[in-house]
Design a protein around this ligand. Sequence first.
Ligand code: UDP
Length: 250
Amino acid sequence: MTVSEQPKYRRVVLKLSGEALAGSAGFGIDPTVVDSIARQIKEVLGFGVQIAVVVGGGNIWRGQAGSSKGMDRATADYMGMLATVINALALMDALEKHGVVVRVQTAIEMKEVAEPYIRRRAITHLEKGRVVIFAAGNGNPYFSTDTTAALRAAEIEADVMLKATKEAGVYDADPRTNPNARMLDEIRYLDVLKENLKVMDATATSLCMDNNIPIVVFNMNTYGNILKVVLGEPIGTYVGGGQRDVEGHS
Ligand code: UDP
């Protein structure tokens, strides 16, 4: 395949898990790692691609962890949503240090800290070349930030959801325990759901499927991978409807 320097996607949603911001410590925020992500996002912007980011919060707090220890689930989930706001501010700060114009929009209002989520306003920001960071999940307990990313991707009519992970892509078995695990170049949404593959939760996968939003699962730890995906290099795993159509992965 030929790799053009023309971006393959016009508007993307990048899903960053909290862990992606934590670096090797696995918790908290590593400013060096966040800075590296910010630089990579800036490179992608340089190609005229519109980027919205959905940040997770697992490096600080996960609702399920709290509820499994006896907390009220909804309360624990609100704590998780607030954790994503902390991460969003860290990424905003790093991007601004690189001269990128950023707007954080939260699904739970906190006007002193960030804008509330307003879909049309988010789209305007993107059209002006600003990065929009969506924080506080979708504002509801019992959801994940993966589902939020799928939802926002549908709402802002993104061409793709880029799911940054620690693995190279989606495997047919767990690569950490099975040495024969094979990375898949492409897989259908339905097979992800049927085989219960750990791409993201079923709600998020279904939402992408119902709205024909392709997902590219790729390794975030390799510098430059976001740009490679956006330029159409065949890295990671493409999750879609079955055939790589004209807008497909390669
Ligand atoms: N969360 C929520 N509703 C949402 C998004 C997130 O309640 O719409 C909570 C949930 O408790 C979750 C936590 O926020 O565990 C952090 O999000 P997530 O686990 O998706 O973060 P990631 O795994 O991407 O770091």
